[in-house]
Design a protein around this ligand. Structure first.
Ligand SMILES: Nc1ncnc2c1ncn2[C@@H]1O[C@H](COP(=O)(O)OP(=O)(O)OP(=O)(O)O)[C@@H](O)[C@H]1O
Ligand SMILES: [Mg+2]
Length: 254
């Protein structure tokens, strides 16, 4: 019997373990993560600096290898086990499926801002080059930075680079957005604007978002919020969030 894809989790992490080999020995960064995300969820991930948030994001996007476990993503008729894909297959799949906002932005320094956003569109072949430029400018407008379109990343501020990174993540109109501290370098007004853009993407366009943040005031606005503590994932209930549990609040500080 064929399972109805809409009732299956969109993203499923099964006992994901990540061990880094360091000069000091093995470091267990993720200690068996199990998580299911359904379509149209806006999931928040919080936790102290070094808890494993970016490592978790890298497992979901497949930009880094896992040590054991599995990550399944089910955007089509059957789930894809992303770490089993070949490198080129993975790149193509990621380009069409995932928008990724990296904590360190990862803009290409030799391309202008508008070109940085056009690149994923041109690689995926989803938009012709005329359309990709127009769309890139639209996305720069969405993050309120269109006036800088022809500058290079080194010529704009960190917060402006972060907004370009967000625009680039949306370039191919992906069903899933994975964003690592996407508002971390923004002032509170700009951060709120970006967060509202994300909320709109979920409510009006049916996107699914997983977002890492240090901003505890956002916790009640996610569909679900998880905290990572030393490589382990804990669900935070509405009560935990509303009561501002001491350990929860402390854990948000970086
Ligand atoms: N390539 C690596 N090699 C060895 N250890 C690493 C590597 N990357 C991360 N770690 C370690 O794994 C742990 C989790 O790191 P991670 O970057 O996921 O933390 P984080 O929660 O994203 O922190 P932050 O809030 O500062 O961004 C940290 O102790 C870090 O030092
Ligand atoms: Mg991080």
């Amino acid at each position: 019997m064929q399972l109805n894809p809409s009732t299956q989790p969109l993203i499923e992490m099964r006992n994901v373990v990540k061990i880094y080999a360091t000069a000091a020995g093995e470091f267990h960064a993720l200690k068996g993560i199990n998580m299911q995300v359904t379509r149209r969820e806006f999931v928040g991930i919080v936790g102290k600096s070094g808890a494993g948030k970016s490592t978790l994001m890298n497992m979901i996007t497949g930009v880094d290898h896992l040590t054991s476990g599995e990550v399944l993503v089910n955007t089509n008729s059957s789930p894809v086990s992303i770490h089993k894909m070949k490198e080129d297959e993975m790149a193509y799949w990621r380009g069409r499926t995932l928008g990724v906002v990296y904590q360190s932005f990862q803009l290409l320094p030799m391309l202008t801002l508008v070109e940085n956003i056009m690149l994923p569109m041109d690689l995926s072949g989803r938009f012709n080059s005329k359309r990709s430029r127009a769309r890139a400018l639209e996305l720069l407008r969405l993050v309120e930075i269109e006036g800088h379109a022809d500058k290079y990343p080194s010529q704009i501020s960190g917060g402006q680079q972060q907004r370009v990174a967000i625009a680039r993540a949306l370039a191919n109109d992906p069903p899933i957005l994975v964003a690592d501290e996407p508002t971390g370098s923004l002032d509170s007004v700009t951060a709120e604007h970006i967060f509202e853009v994300f909320e709109h993407l979920v409510s009006e366009q049916g996107k699914t978002i997983i977002m890492v943040t240090h901003d505890k005031s956002l916790a009640s606005r996610f569909t679900r919020t998880f905290e990572i503590v030393d490589g382990e994932l804990h669900f935070l209930s509405g009560e935990d969030i509303a009561s501002g549990k001491e350990e929860v609040n402390e854990s948000f500080a970086s």
